[in-house]
Ligand binder design. Structure first.
Ligand code: PNS
Length: 169
């Protein structure tokens, strides 16, 4: 008898995708048959990287090491996970502060769609201080993002800086 393939949804804003995100996606891919990295498209927010750039950066970041799919979604995560037939939502847990928020979100997703399970994975030691918000702040102030984001993301940050410099010149 064929066992059904187990799909995990790894959702987030990924603005931008960090090495911590890449690590969690790779861990999820070792536990599940398929992983969809799902980017929330939030029309109320102005992201630093538009959604097409984020899709491309995540695809490129994972391409060499880990087979994952990349999709975008709008609306409720619980509905998206149910539509895709996901066995679980995967979220990274860096700290106790993350845990409080994530526990609430996992409960709400299960309330919205009975049977929605959330699996928490801890990222590699040494990446738990990295967040997209802090990376955006570093980018805004022209600081170095080496070691914080995968190479395809770093390359785009540098390209932006170069084109901004060219425009100013
Ligand atoms: O990377 P983030 O910003 O921590 O990801 C948060 C995300 C996208 C997982 C969360 O905001 C979400 O699921 N948004 C979709 C709307 C939704 O389902 N909200 C209710 C969640 S309980």
């Amino acid at each position: 008898m064929n066992t059904p393939s187990r799909l995990a949804i790894f959702p987030g804003s990924f603005d931008p995708f960090t090495v911590g995100h890449a690590d969690v996606a790779a861990r999820a891919a070792r536990l599940f048959d398929r992983v969809i990295v799902a980017i929330l498209v939030n029309p109320d927010k102005r992201p630093m990287f538009d959604v097409d750039e984020r899709v491309a950066m995540i695809r490129e970041s994972m391409a060499e090491t880990t087979p994952v799919e990349v999709e975008t979604f709008q609306g409720l995560l619980a509905d998206f996970a149910a539509r895709r037939g996901a066995a679980a939502i995967v979220r990274g847990l860096r700290s106790g502060t993350d845990f409080d928020y994530e526990l609430q979100m996992a409960g709400m997703n299960r309330h919205l769609q009975a049977g929605t399970e959330t699996v928490f994975l801890t990222p590699a030691e040494g990446t738990s201080y990295i967040s997209s918000g802090l990376v955006r702040e570093i980018i805004t102030h022209g600081g170095p993002v080496d070691g914080l984001v995968p190479e395809p993301v770093r390359r785009r940050v540098l390209e932006r800086r170069n084109s901004a410099g060219t425009r100013r010149a």
